[in-house]
Design a protein around this ligand. Structure first.
Ligand code: ADP
Ligand code: MG
Length: 554
């Protein structure tokens, strides 16, 4: 984890070795976990890796962090500097390799330069648009001795400076919103990272704006707020005439801001800390460059001076509420189906009923993540007691990365243990997604992290087969002896991975068994659990106006 004490005066010691400044670790999930620490705390998590393959395993986490705009520092060991190009053990062009995956990739020129480089890496990771940084430490630095007085310790950087938007842009934005017929506020994970929940909540309440969170913007304003129109997502996007975009890019997650998912004449007011982001894909009607919290405060100030509220009786509300009602009814109908195996909606309905309201939800998978997001509610961006901020949802994110779930859950549980031990982490995984990092269950058990893992098991990727069909398929000709590539072994007992390491495992097939397993798992305050929930192998989403989160709807 990042230390504020990277700097300090060490003149009291005569010599210091490189090994005191760095340490080593080896695990692929470490870079995912460290990046989630960065997102959750606003300080970069640090991932230490060995050379060559160790570093290459961390590239996934660096890429994911950079794509998500999360701070991360990877420190990699590398071959001795005097053996370069000689075919040294695990030698690899690491600094070059990391350039594509980071904001900064650098090797200190000497041990003396390490504090300077670390300060720069910390600062770069959190200033401006957050991202990943790589620091390369050659093996010979570890044992080399240098005179302590030759090392210049650098004070750690100040917290990121907060910048406000140009006041004329704020006034322009405020009047565009005032004149909107069908306004919509979109809350992205930049807003969660920026801790902007209090001001955004005030803006929603004061101006009566309908809002829509992106997957990781969920919880900044609670999902059960009356102005949340998540259940009418497609309709809200399609018909809004003015959109205030707070910390979300107009990328594939938001369908590029283009028709047919949006009106061709939609006016977008973009708020972002990154100037280069402003105008991507759509020319904004107003571009507000600055920190979301500060810019939202500027907008609030404007509306305090000249109060305005979007009329609650507007036709737009009627349109949105009608769609929300019919979508919610369709989900409820699916959730109430009694047939076995269960469908996704039935499972998530029961999970939602028992989830602690202030838990951190981690989720990955295809349908598991997409449907789970629509049913599982996020309520509290902050914990009531400690007022410690946590974004409350972590998932496959901008890069759509599978394999992040358990690393993220570990990071969230470690951060929660440190700051707020009562906070629960619930990690909802598809069976295929779980396969990417399932062995991290050992890490979870080793550290006694009371994570609740729920594996929603349909025997496959997108869809699988029941045991009978599987038997039939694998009996056929040679090529299909292993079954279609998207199916996994039916009825796998993933819960036994948890019991193998001392946690609690549950294999559930009915709503009653699921309820009991949830009650028992959540009552456990120190022991991790895994609930393996068998669902219909061919279960899918309810019919959509547009496909969600796929490239096919571009
Ligand atoms: P989502 O996945 O929720 O749509 P994105 O990751 O696409 O969100 O967008 C997040 C945006 O938030 C990025 O463009 C990033 O530059 C921006 N951002 C991050 N921190 C801040 C901040 N403190 N103030 C303003 N914008 C921020
Ligand atoms: Mg599956």
């Amino acid at each position: 984890m990042a230390s504020n004490r990277a700097a300090g005066n060490r003149e009291d010691q005569e010599t210091v070795s490189g090994a005191e400044v760095i340490a080593w670790a080896l695990k692929k999930q470490a870079s995912y976990a460290a990046s989630a620490v960065g997102y959750l705390t606003g300080r970069p998590g640090v991932c230490l890796v060995v050379s060559g393959p160790g570093l290459i395993h961390a590239l996934g986490g660096m890429a994911n962090a950079n794509m998500n705009c999360w701070p991360l520092i990877v420190v990699g060991g590398s071959a001795d500097s005097n053996q370069e190009m000689m075919g040294a053990f695990q030698e690899f062009p690491q600094v070059e390799a990391c350039r594509l995956y980071s904001k900064l990739s650098v090797r200190p020129s000497s041990i003396e330069a390490i504090p300077f480089v670390i300060e720069k890496a910390v600062r770069t990771s959190i200033y401006g648009r957050p991202g990943a940084c790589y620091v390369d430490i050659p093996g010979d630095f570890v044992n080399l001795q240098v005179n302590a007085s030759s090392i210049k310790y650098v004070e750690c950087c100040m917290p990121p400076p907060v910048n406000m938007a140009d006041t004329s842009a704020v006034s322009a934005a405020a009047s565009i919103i005032r004149n909107a017929k069908q306004p919509l506020l979109i809350i992205g994970k930049g807003a969660a990272y920026a801790h902007a929940e209090d001001n955004i909540r005030k803006l929603v309440d004061q101006c009566g704006l309908p809002f829509l969170p992106t997957p990781m913007g969920k919880g900044v304003v609670p999902d059960n707020h009356p102005n949340c129109v998540a259940a009418a997502r497609s309709r809200a996007l399609q018909h809004a005439d003015v959109i205030l975009l707070l910390g979300a890019r107009l990328n594939w997650i938001l369908h590029f801001g283009l028709p047919p998912r949006y009106r061709a004449d939609v006016q977008i007011i973009q708020v972002d800390i990154c100037a280069e982001e402003l105008g991507n894909n759509v020319k904004p009607a107003a571009a507000l460059l600055g920190d979301i919290n500060a810019v939202t405060a500027q907008l609030l100030e404007h509306y305090n001076k000249r109060p305005w509220q979007y009329p609650p009786t507007a036709e737009w509300w009627k349109v949105l509420r009608e769609k929300m009602k019919s979508n919610e009814e369709a989900s409820k109908e699916l959730a109430s189906q009694k047939s076995l195996p269960m469908n996704y909606y039935t499972v998530f309905y029961h999970v939602q009923e028992q989830l602690p309201r202030d838990c951190i939800i981690v989720s990955e998978g295809a349908n598991t993540m997409d449907i789970g997001r629509t049913v599982l509610q996020n309520y509290f961006p902050r914990h009531r007691k400690s007022l410690e901020h946590f974004p409350c949802r972590l998932d496959a994110g901008t890069f759509g990365t599978m394999g992040v779930g358990l690393g993220f859950a570990i990071a969230a549980a470690v951060v929660a243990k440190d700051k707020n031990p009562e906070k629960r982490v619930v990690c909802v995984e598809g069976d295929s997604a779980f396969g990417f990092s399932g062995m991290e269950v050992e890490t979870i058990c080793r550290h006694n992290l009371p994570i609740l893992l729920i594996v929603v098991n349909n025997n496959g990727i997108y869809q699988g087969f029941d045991a009978e069909t599987w038997k039939e398929i694998t009996k056929l000709g040679e090529i299909s002896q292993v079954g279609p590539p998207v199916s996994l072994l039916p009825n796998s007992h993933y819960e036994q991975i948890m019991t193998a390491f001392g946690g609690k495992g549950y294999f559930v097939q009915t709503p009653g068994e699921l309820q009991n397993a949830l009650t028992a798992s959540l009552a456990e305050k120190t022991v991790p659990s895994l609930i393996n929930v068998m669902i219909q192998p061919q279960a899918s989403r309810k019919t959509q106006d547009f496909h969600w989160l796929t490239r096919s709807n571009m």
